[in-house]
Ligand binder design. Sequence first.
Ligand SMILES: [Zn+2]
Length: 303
Amino acid sequence: MSGLVAPDGTITRHSGRHVHANDGPGHVIRTLARSARSCLEDSSERPVAVGVAVAAQVDPRTGTVVHAPNLGWRDVPLARRVEEELGMPVVVINDARAATIAEWKYGAGRGARDLFCLFLGTGIGGSAVVGGRLLDGGTHALGEVGHITVVVGGRRCHCPNWGCFEAYAGGWAIAERAQEAIRADPIAGKSLVERAGSPQAITAQTVFHAYRTGDPLAGRIVRETERFLADGVISIVNAFNPSVLILGGGLLSGMPEFVPVVESAIRARCQPPAAGAHVLVARLGENAPLVGAAKFARAPNLG
Ligand SMILES: [Zn+2]
């Protein structure tokens, strides 16, 4: 999706949909450029800068996507290629960092000097603001908390590691865990398969819907996911000591019950000074990466 974003973070015009990367970078870049152009049609407003948010590790100096395991991209010069399409300067930023900027400047974290934004979606990502500064890291990849280990020698992740937080509690992993549970017990999994149409079509949202109808296998997957979420979040809160933990992402839209589970785990099991972190739900929803990328393009120092 593309949008024109005003200095106060409001989207004054938008076009297109969230782009999925299954068709490869060329298709995605052309779709992106088309939706950006359509935002500018019939508009007297001209953007001062263009920001692109992408689920990837990004080199912000060059706007190159270094590695995007969930998209299957490597070394894609995204900023240069979008610049060629649009004829104006483009910056590229990791989507979780962009969403964190948006929640910090315009959303649930407004005014906070120390916060952590944790986004639970297909993957798990986040970003930290400490002392009023968005942390960056030596290779601009700080906040990849989906890849902290929660199970020693555990499930294979999309990254080079095993046992990652995301490999249990990310949307893709919830789907995989459900599919494995069905292979192990096809009778218990029958209604979940019928609901999705086939085992391969099962997603995290299928599991959540089935859970709401009292499906025992879905219930087991949800309970296990809660435990992985609690373990992951406790490590993050102990490590970053945020005053505010903001939770967002598509998994929470399907399962808002995860929020109180996470909050009580923090109160009960974090180091006492960190255990008081306020837990808030992200306010900007799926527009957060767009709004944050625009802010980053307008003011890279985030002032
Ligand atoms: Zn990983």
